[in-house]
Design a protein around this ligand. Structure first.
Ligand code: ARG
Length: 471
């Protein structure tokens, strides 16, 4: 025989049921094991909702005060670890409401007026993601500062830059650091843009159709510092665009940190030997005593897979769902929580690593003459003297071939050799050869010309508040 009373006691939705829920179903459907971390925003949302209900006369001031006091007590119980979570109560929303009723009695049963878990969970998630976006923005800012913080001390270092992992042209190390700043700046802009669509009030959509109770959604929005109020109740309970968008922003950040990791793993190999990762950021091998491995960088690269996987999961999850709420949507939480957790951990380890890594200046310098890094500048030298680009390309190609055959650099070729390919060459050619000259020959905005890079460093310092007196 089923015990209707018993069911009613544990389940807020138990009224219509004549049988108890199977224990296996409770285990299968629960979300409290992972959505408990929404407790703070859930309580924040409930207080704002109750305050609004009081404003419109649905709750008396005394009722609101009791609800607010009860909710704040629950919050501190959760924070101090005194709160008991139980699978039978499904999710964080049910736990908080049930605890409130236990605390303040029948008044607590009024809190869920003009609200459903469908708009409640969306509100919680929006508040939670909004906080996390702000935290990630701060970490990106710190990482940018770590890069800009190196620019002056590394300004004298020229690095070979690569395409296809083949030596291409010389660049200033600071130019490389600022390339990462640009990427992370776009990430920050993307997050800010995403934040606009996150920061919308869903509460008041109720189950899916809105409510016949005369609520004031603008007030709730104001209390929760939302920028606007969602205009369609059916859309509110099905919309997870903001979750997908946030997940994409995070995937993009992970892709950028993965690029950094990949590049630095390569640079710190014995073969490259451009970069020394502090030992505090390396780990060893349990079998090969000599190893000092770049595990932190490898995990930055590896964890990217998780963040991309989470995005993929959310896209697949929301594909083909009809309007309004479907329980599938409960599965949105773990991937988005995980993406934020992973990104925050990547960023918090990346900043000190960027600060602590050391360039092996001598090794880098000793290799700058190999790889014909100045070939493109030599081609442009000819173009500036009126030689058509295609012809200049061919001339330099031939010169590189000669130099390769003789195992010398371009600057080591005699003027006679230069003239053997193109008779108009004169002594001036030597002024643009070599990595240093090639860099100084650069003219365009955004190039690696020292003067350009200097002005970019200045711009970044101002942007990231790294100068005391900005004139
Ligand atoms: N735990 C649920 C979730 O995360 C809350 C919403 C439940 N709504 C419902 N109609 N069953 O999606």
């Amino acid at each position: 025989m089923s015990d209707t009373n018993n069911q009613e006691q544990t389940k807020a939705w138990g009224g219509v049921f004549t049988e108890n829920t199977d224990k296996r179903v409770e285990q299968f459907t629960e979300s409290i094991s992972f959505d408990n971390r929404l407790y703070e925003v859930d309580i924040l949302g409930s207080i704002a909702h109750a305050r609004m209900l009081c404003d419109v006369g649905i709750l008396s001031s005394d009722e609101f005060n009791a609800i607010e006091r009860g909710l704040l007590e629950i919050k501190s119980e959760i924070e101090s670890g005194r709160f008991e979570f139980r699978v039978e109560l499904e999710d964080i929303h049910m736990h908080v409401e049930r605890a409130l009723i236990a605390k303040i009695g029948d008044v607590g049963r009024k809190l869920h007026t003009a609200r459903s878990r469908n708009d409640q969970v969306v509100t919680d998630l929006r508040l939670w993601i909004r906080n996390e976006i702000d935290a990630v923005d701060k970490s990106l800012f710190e990482l940018q500062r770590a890069f800009v913080g190196r620019c002056d001390s590394d300004f004298d270092v020229i690095l070979p830059a690569y395409t296809h992992t083949r030596r291409a042209q010389p660049v200033l190390a600071s130019h490389v650091w600022l390339a990462y700043c640009e990427k992370f700046e776009r990430d920050r802009e993307r997050l800010q843009d995403c934040r606009k669509r996150v920061n919308v009030l869903g509460l008041g959509a109720a189950a899916l159709a809105g409510t016949s109770i005369p609520i004031d959604r603008n007030k709730t929005a104001k209390y929760l510092e939302f920028d606007s109020v969602a205009a369609n109740s059916l859309d509110v309970s099905s919309d997870r665009d903001f979750v997908l968008e946030a997940a994409f922003c995070l995937a993009e950040i992970a892709i950028h940190t993965s690029t950094l990791a990949e590049e630095w793993i390569l640079w710190s190999t014995t073969e490259f030997n451009f970069l020394k990762i502090p030992q505090a950021f390396c780990t060893g091998s349990s079998i090969m005593p000599q190893k000092v491995n770049p595990d932190v960088l490898e995990l930055i690269r590896g964890k990217t897979a998780r963040v991309i996987g989470n995005l993929q999961m959310l896209i697949v999850l929301t594909k083909g769902l009809p309007l309004a709420y479907n329980r599938d949507l409960q599965e949105d939480k773990r991937p988005i929580f995980d993406s934020f957790d992973v990104i925050k951990s990547i960023l918090s380890i990346a900043a000190p690593l960027v600060e602590g890594a050391e360039l092996n200046r001598e090794v880098i310098k000793s290799q700058l003459d190999s790889g014909y890094l100045d070939a493109t500048t030599l081609m442009e030298f000819l173009i500036l003297r009126g030689v058509p680009q295609r012809t200049a390309h061919e001339i330099v190609g031939k010169l590189v071939r000669i130099a390769m055959d003789e195992s010398v650099s371009l600057s080591e070729l005699s003027l006679q050799k230069f003239r053997s390919v193109y008779s108009e060459f004169d002594e001036d050619v030597y002024k643009i050869l070599g990595a240093n000259s090639a860099i100084n020959a650069m003219k365009s905005y955004g190039s690696t010309a020292p003067i350009q890079v200097k002005s970019q460093i200045k711009r970044w310092k101002e942007k990231l508040q790294m100068v005391e007196n900005v004139k």
